[in-house]
Design a protein around this ligand. Structure first.
Ligand code: PHE
Length: 338
């Protein structure tokens, strides 16, 4: 019997050194001291022993139980300290953090906001219109009647069996705004436009324009030139000159194409401007009186100027981007550069 008790103690001592956590310790305690353990059955059977023997074994068993409980107790503390091992859990606050990616603006949006800031600081209002437009606003109101060859100047996406089209130019916003507002006013109208075009490095079927429209009693070409020069100079952070060349757009008379002095060489001549010092930018002109009449204004009461320009073209010049298709490519390597 004595031998047995000492054996159990030795077994426990051996087993306990392998215990790594509280769960294992609990199992071990149950196995050696639990209700069904050998140790407890020894205690239960003490009553069957002779009185002498009972005393001796009983004392030994109680002493051993006390020792075992003591061992388990100190092991429990050890396991607890192990779990609180600060070294293992130490956090190095000097390790650089992991950056989680956040979205940001497309260069087109950046440029649009910049343009809006410049114009609102000059007292311009920002006008808006739908991307799916009626033929009236996209064409008729702009002095482009149905059978007129000028309708073919832009390859428009027409909607089947309706008079709707994807807006091919932000000029479509002109009559919309004028029907609701009386001169004098100064607006810009930025927006997405669509044309049924083959794409290449400078053409996209989906692109952005903004229209500038100023109408009042005495607006003239000088005003057009001045506002354009102020705007482009602020936008490109340098002195920009404007050059007008005669051109034709049905909604302006006279109509122009306008160039700006080269932003790379300030008009001296370089590869960007093919040596001539000017960069072609867009269309402009004095609002055709027919446009005023279509919008509900009396003929010859007001004068105004308008111009249109591509946002992609401006962004490409500003950030030196060489392919317009990149804007809508969805390529994050492109977008993350801005
Ligand atoms: N809407 C014209 C275009 O998209 C540009 C333009 C605007 C021309 C205003 C003259 C006046 O080509």
């Amino acid at each position: 019997m004595e031998q047995k008790i000492n054996d159990i103690k030795n077994q426990i001592l051996k087993a306990i050194s392998k215990v790594r956590d509280n769960g294992e310790l609990f199992d071990l305690e149950k196995k050696f001291l639990g209700r069904k353990s050998e140790f407890v059955s020894i205690l239960k059977n003490l009553k069957d022993l002779a009185p002498e023997e009972r005393k001796k074994i009983g004392e030994l068993a109680n002493k051993t139980k006390g020792e075992i409980l003591e061992i388990i107790k100190s092991k429990r503390q050890e396991v607890k300290n192990e779990n609180l091992n600060f070294n293992k859990e130490r956090i190095d606050v000097t390790i650089p953090g992991k950056k989680s990616g956040i979205g940001h603006l497309n260069p087109i949006s950046i440029v649009r906001r910049e343009i809006e800031d410049i114009f609102t600081s000059m007292g311009f209002e920002i006008a808006d219109g739908p991307e799916v437009e009626t033929e009236f606003y996209n064409f008729d109101s702009l002095n482009i009647p149905k059978s007129h060859p000028a309708r073919d100047m832009q390859d428009t996406f027409f909607m089947k069996n309706s008079d709707l089209a994807m807006r091919s130019q932000t000029s479509a916003i002109q009559a919309r705004y004028m029907q609701k507002n009386k001169p004098p006013f100064k607006i810009i109208a930025p927006g997405r436009c669509f044309r049924n075009e083959a794409t290449d490095t400078t053409h996209e079927h989906t692109f952005h324009q903004f229209e500038a429209l100023v109408v009042g009693d005495n607006i003239n070409v000088g005003n057009l030139k001045h506002v354009a020069e102020v705007f482009f100079s602020q936008f490109f952070h340098q002195d920009i000159k404007i050059r007008l060349r005669p051109s034709y757009f049905p909604f302006v008379e006279p109509g122009f194409e306008y160039d700006i002095s080269c932003t790379m060489c300030a008009g001296v001549g370089c590869s960007a401007c093919k040596g001539n010092g000017w960069l072609e930018l867009g269309g402009a002109g004095m609002v055709n009186q027919n446009v005023f009449v279509a919008a509900g204004y009396p003929r010859n009461k007001y004068t105004g100027f308008a111009w249109g320009i591509g946002l992609e073209r401006l962004a490409m010049m500003k950030y030196k981007i060489d392919d317009v298709r990149l804007f809508h490519s969805g390529d994050l390597r492109f977008i993350r550069q801005f």
